[in-house]
Ligand binder design. Structure first.
Ligand SMILES: [Cu+2]
Length: 163
C-alpha cells in the first residue's frame, strides 16, 4: 500500500497546510495593522475655518430694535488661518461690515435674512482688530441706525500654538 503515491499525497497535504498557515498569518497581519489617518494635520497648522455672523437688533419682541449688534461680538482665530466669514443682515436697515487692519469689507447689505455675503481673508497679522459698520446712519435711505457708532466687535488673532 505504501509507495511513491502515498509519499506524494503526504507531501501535497503538508504543502496545503503550509499554504493555509501562511494565508492565516497574512490575514492576521492585515487585520491588526493600525489604520493610517486619512489626512494628518499637525497641531497648530493653519486651517480654513467657516464662521457665521448675524447683524441683528436687540429690543422687545414686536417693538423697534433698541440697538444693533454684530453677533458674535468677538471672533478668535489663529494667525495663518484662512477665515471664511458669512455675514447675514437680519435687521431691517442697510448695514455693512469692515475689519479694520485687514482691508476687507462686505458690500452694503440690504435688510432681510437673504442679505448675506462671505468675506474670505487670511488672518496674517496677530493682534486685536475692530470690526464695525462702515455705513453712517441715514434715515432717508434706511441706512444703518442711530446707534451706528456702537456697532463694533473684535477679531482676535492669536499666535499659532497658543491655547
Ligand atoms: Cu452703520
Amino acid at each position: 500500500m505504501d509507495g511513491p503515491r502515498s509519499a506524494l499525497r503526504s507531501a501535497l497535504a503538508g504543502m496545503a497546510v503550509l499554504i493555509a498557515l501562511v494565508a492565516v498569518a497574512l490575514s492576521l497581519l492585515t487585520l491588526t495593522a493600525p489604520a493610517s489617518p486619512a489626512r494628518p494635520v499637525p497641531a497648530g497648522a493653519p486651517v480654513t475655518i467657516d464662521l457665521s455672523m448675524l447683524i441683528t437688533g436687540r429690543g422687545a419682541i414686536g417693538g423697534p430694535a433698541l440697538e444693533h449688534i454684530f453677533d458674535p461680538q468677538m471672533l478668535v482665530v489663529r494667525r495663518g488661518d484662512v477665515v471664511r466669514l458669512r455675514v447675514t443682515n437680519g435687521s431691517h436697515f442697510r448695514h455693512g461690515i469692515e475689519v479694520a487692519g485687514y482691508g476687507v469689507r462686505t458690500g452694503a447689505l440690504t435688510g432681510g435674512p437673504q442679505a448675506s455675503e462671505v468675506l474670505t481673508f487670511t488672518a496674517n497679522k496677530a493682534g486685536i482688530f475692530e470690526y464695525r459698520c462702515y455705513l453712517p446712519y441715514d434715515p432717508i435711505t434706511a441706512t444703518c441706525a442711530p446707534d451706528h457708532d456702537q456697532m463694533i466687535g473684535h477679531l482676535v488673532v492669536i499666535e499659532p500654538g497658543v491655547r
